[in-house]
Write a protein that binds this ligand. Structure first.
Ligand SMILES: Nc1ncnc2c1ncn2[C@@H]1O[C@H](COP(=O)(O)OP(=O)(O)OP(=O)(O)O)[C@@H](O)[C@H]1O
Ligand SMILES: [Mg+2]
Length: 299
């Protein structure tokens, strides 16, 4: 019987990233440089990092039967990730993003289109693979399927990690079913207002997860782990493009979970690996290698 350490369910995307000196006003012609094409999506990119670090992964998501869809699937296949759970929706388009990166300020602006095909329904998920996994990772994008997957994981005692990018409908139900809920600053702001990430952690922890955290880009992260407050700055780096930092932050955390590390060490790897990602354009090119992890003592 096949089994994988991490079951990922969520977004997979194709990102086109171009660099500009400064984000333009409307109605101008703005030349960009250094365009790269890379696979993206919070869960898909987290799985790429995990696969490069030797963790076996299976991914479930949706693409269309277009060129972007085949590139997205190929970008995961090449990493050795099982893509048997990707649903190809005939006649529909895949998720796509055009990203404008401003290296000077470490800022990026994302224009994106969601996949136009139907989301996975709860019968299209392979629950037997979830039950055999060590971690279920989801971004809640396909909320019905994500909730069903989380229930299956809970019943089987499989820990659930959530990458909460935006406060969409159902995300708080997902928090109730999760063990580790790590949200973005955007999510925290929508939940409790700006500049109150710790308050967001308390609110989220009140729903049940053992660890509730908020990532704050170059400002680092805050987390609440069974009552203990953890606040750390980001690793100081000259960021070129922060696309994928959040995705790989989650990968680092999951890697630590699988190794049986405590929350502090898992979050530390998360932040370091995320900082490394910001040094190269795109979410995947800068993922540190397994060898670099070892050199840094993350073993
Ligand atoms: N400019 C930066 N320098 C160093 N570390 C960074 C930088 N930006 C992000 N990070 C690290 O990555 C983590 C996650 O970043 P961020 O909060 O921007 O994720 P996000 O909002 O989910 O964005 P995305 O999903 O697009 O990656 C931060 O907590 C931090 O540790
Ligand atoms: Mg994110």
């Amino acid at each position: 019987m096949r089994s994988f350490q991490v079951f990922g369910l969520g977004q997979c995307c194709l990102d086109y990233i171009g660099k500009v000196d400064a984000y333009p006003p409307p109605d101008v012609k703005c030349e960009f440089s250094d365009m790269v094409m890379q696979g993206g999506g919070p869960v898909a990119t987290a799985l790429v990092a995990l696969a490069r670090w030797g963790v076996s992964c299976t991914f479930a998501g949706v693409v269309g039967d277009d060129l972007f869809g085949s590139s997205i699937k190929a970008s995961l296949d090449v990493e050795g990730i099982d893509t048997g759970g990707i649903l190809v929706r005939k006649g529909f388009a895949s998720q796509f993003a055009f990203i404008v990166a401003e290296p000077g300020v470490g800022r990026r602006t994302i224009f994106w289109r969601r996949p136009t095909g139907p989301p996975p329904n709860s019968e299209e998920i392979d629950y037997s693979l979830i039950r055999k996994a060590k971690v279920l990772h989801t971004d809640g994008f396909f909320i019905e399927a994500s909730l069903a997957a989380c229930r299956a994981a809970k019943e089987a005692g499989v820990p659930v990690v959530v990458d909460a990018g935006s406060l969409r409908e159902g995300m708080l139900d997902l928090a109730r079913l999760s063990d580790y809920f790590l949200a973005s600053e955007t999510f925290a702001k929508a939940l409790v207002g700006a500049d109150k990430p710790l308050e967001a952690c308390y609110r989220l922890a009140g729903l049940g997860p053992r660890v509730a955290g908020v990532t704050l880009g170059p400002k680092g992260y805050v987390a609440l782990a069974e009552g203990a407050i953890i606040e750390r700055p980001a690793y100081p780096v000259e960021a070129v493009d922060t696309t994928g930092c959040g995705d790989v932050f989650h990968a680092g955390f999951i890697y630590g979970l699988i190794q049986g590390w405590d929350v502090y060490k898992s979050l530390d790897l998360a932040a370091w690996a995320a900082a490394m990602v910001s040094l190269k354009p795109g979410g995947r090119a800068g993922i540190p290698s397994r060898e670099q992890l070892r050199e840094k003592g993350y073993t």
